[in-house]
Design a protein around this ligand. Structure first.
Ligand SMILES: Nc1ncnc2c1ncn2[C@@H]1O[C@H](COP(=O)(O)OP(=O)(O)OP(=O)(O)O)[C@@H](O)[C@H]1O
Length: 275
């Protein structure tokens, strides 16, 4: 399913936090949203999921403006894995994952064998089958994250919205999750802080800064040391990955604030300094 974000403005707390953002996301591609804390990534994703209402502009799923879709119609198109979740549910993991089937159900009633099979398969895919009978509230941060991803997969939507999905995950599970995202054959919008992960897994990256889209395009075109300096305030070195040859960033130091100390050399680990 195609997602189009068109000239979107979103206000929070009476001020604009997303301004004039337009991003076309072709079907089956992965868009990575990058940007410093508070740059508007979550707010943009909330608008794409129909949770936050834009003050102007629109989001379209295959051409349909989501402001004209019912909650159920939206939930059949997009599954959300939010950054913060208040789910201190004392319910078994499998039941939580089965909540993902609600938009497909005909009302309240017993879960069908088909629904249970989909939920179990999703738990298996995220390596959490062994957690099925545990209480969600008793899981670790990374285990919760994987269960919530299983719930999003169980919703079986053409679009996935993931807000920092690798938060809390150890490196093996980070790699596993992004591989799963890539192989899920869905249209994915994902907020990430790890620029190297984004460069490796996203077809397109959009860099937000102060609510505005600063740059949009393939990671190899968008991400460079100048952009990292100006958007994130960090000095970096770009190196070719020894095996893949892909560009990889090593982060060196915060860019000095402009002012009288700007010319001070940046200290390096060895104690020497670079001008
Ligand atoms: N409910 C709210 N009321 C007031 N301001 C809000 C609200 N939600 C978000 N904001 C503000 O909107 C701006 C963008 O926040 P948002 O969470 O979208 O940023 P983000 O890029 O996802 O940040 P992070 O990387 O820290 O998760 C921030 O300045 C934030 O303080």
């Amino acid at each position: 399913m195609r997602v189009d974000i068109e000239d979107l403005d979103v206000h929070r707390g009476g001020r604009p936090v997303v301004s004039g953002v337009s991003i076309p996301v072709p079907p089956g591609t992965v868009l990575g949203l990058l940007g410093p804390n508070g740059s508007g990534k979550s707010t943009l994703l909330r608008a794409v999921s129909g949770i936050a209402s834009p003050s102007s502009g629109r989001v379209r799923f295959d051409g349909a403006d989501i402001s004209f879709l019912s909650r159920r119609e939206i939930a059949r198109r997009v599954a959300v894995m939010a950054q913060e979740h208040s789910e201190e549910f004392e319910i078994p993991v499998l039941d939580l994952v089965l909540l993902g089937r609600i938009p497909h159900g005909k009302g309240f009633g017993r879960d069908s064998d088909h629904d249970i099979a989909i939920a179990e398969q999703a738990l298996d895919r995220v390596g959490a089958a062994h957690l099925a009978t545990r209480s969600f509230s008793a899981l670790s941060g990374g285990e919760r994250q994987r269960v919530l991803f299983a719930r999003a997969l169980t919703q079986d939507t053409p679009v996935l919205v993931l807000d920092e999905p690798t938060n809390h995950l150890d490196i093996a599970h980070q790699v596993e999750l992004v591989d799963l995202v890539r192989s899920a054959d869905r249209t994915v919008l994902v907020a990430l802080h790890d620029l190297n992960l984004a460069a490796r897994y996203c077809d397109t990256v959009g860099v937000l800064d102060g609510g505005r889209l600063r740059s949009l395009g393939p990671p190899e075109r968008v991400l460079d040391t100048d952009l990292i300096r100006s958007a994130f305030g960090v000095e970096s070195t770009s190196v070719a990955h020894p095996r893949s040859g892909r560009r990889h960033f090593i982060f060196d130091a915060r860019t000095p604030e402009p002012g009288p100390d700007t010319d001070r050399p940046i200290p390096t680990e060895e104690g020497s300094s670079t001008p």
